[in-house]
Design a protein. Structure first.
Length: 340
């Protein structure tokens, strides 16, 4: 049974299941869920905890031994199994399928790892454990979901703040939920039980937003100029080489050009053939609606010239030039960028 991270605590309060499957690449949500499970397990008498890491040298007999030894002791035990690759392999798959029906009131199994795909969720070992337990996946939150999580976390820390304060935390820590949590934890030490205004919050929190080039590209394609430039200069502060950004822009131009040519011929876009999955399709569609073929030709020339200039160290402030290029993708006219 799948449960979203924001509903995980409520699920635990309904009673413990024999198995929990926690996966994903967003560390803060996973850390919170693992800690919540440990606390609930301890409260329910699972006083012992065994931690196993199924790396390439792992002997799956260890898992058999630890689960079978439960019957020899009076204390219940929480067994934590980490899958670093998200996959147990052939031997591990067999072991997990055999162990699933053996999990009883004295044996609680937590299996966790990085982000996994539908292929793993359809595997026999996963289905066997999911059938008797709970599955949750942690992914980075954005927009309204991020704001909702911040609001819930503030409430959990007994902090009261208006929407402008929630927005401030999101702006200062976007792309880094662990930093957001730490900032709210810091606020709670000073203002617990109080209503915080924006000035009080600004005096404490530190700008810790962190983005990737690919996140910036998605925002650029969607046409959000202000957020795109903010993310771009955050990349600069993190020391990302300008040539990496130019490479990403050239790659996106090639894809947009191919898609636009298809549309001009009256063809229907087969998104997945181009490696564009559902969550990214709206951004590409927005860019295709916004940019004409002549505009894309201008962007091609500008990206090509910038790439050559960067490689020859001809640009003094490369991120200013990158900002101009990104704005072209968002639909700002070339004449405006050239100062005409």
């Amino acid at each position: 049974m799948q449960v979203y991270p924001n509903k995980f605590d409520a699920e635990l309060r309904q009673g413990l299941k024999p198995c929990y499957l926690l996966f994903g690449d967003e560390p803060q949500q996973k850390f919170s869920m693992v800690n919540a499970l440990r606390a609930r397990a301890k409260k329910n008498g699972f006083d012992e905890r065994t931690v196993l890491v199924a790396d390439k040298d792992f002997n799956w007999n260890q898992l058999y031994e630890v689960t079978q030894s439960m019957s020899l002791f009076s204390n219940a035990q929480l067994v934590e199994l980490e899958l670093p690759s998200g996959k147990p392999g052939t031997e591990g798959s067999k072991a997990l399928q055999e162990i699933a029906p053996l999990l009883g009131p004295d044996t609680l199994l937590l299996v966790h790892g990085p982000k996994i795909g539908k292929d793993i969720q359809k595997a026999k070992w996963f289905k066997a454990l999911d059938a008797i337990g709970v599955f949750s996946i942690c992914y980075p939150l954005e927009g309204k979901q991020l704001h909702s999580w911040i609001g819930q976390t503030l409430k959990a820390f007994d902090l009261h703040a208006d929407q402008s304060c929630v927005q401030l935390i999101a702006d200062f820590t976007e792309g880094n939920m662990m930093a957001a949590y730490q900032e709210m934890e810091k606020l709670a030490l000073v203002y617990a039980g109080q209503t915080i205004d924006r000035a009080q919050m600004e005096s404490i929190i530190v700008d810790q937003s962190r983005f990737t080039v690919f996140q910036m590209v998605d925002v650029m394609l969607s046409g959000d100029q202000q957020r795109c430039i903010k993310m771009l200069y955050r990349l600069e502060s993190e020391g990302i080489e300008p040539t990496i950004v130019v490479w990403a822009l050239a790659r996106e131009w090639q894809l947009l050009w191919k898609l636009k040519k298809q549309l001009s011929r009256g063809e229907q876009i087969q998104w997945q053939r181009h490696g564009i999955w559902r969550n990214r399709q709206p951004a590409y569609q927005a860019a295709l609606n916004r940019l004409s073929l002549p505009q894309l030709e201008q962007i091609r020339d500008q990206v090509r010239d910038a790439d050559i200039a960067f490689k020859q160290n001809q640009i003094i402030r490369p991120y200013v030039k990158l900002a101009h290029l990104c704005l072209l993708f968002t639909g700002v006219p070339l004449a405006m960028e050239l100062g005409a």
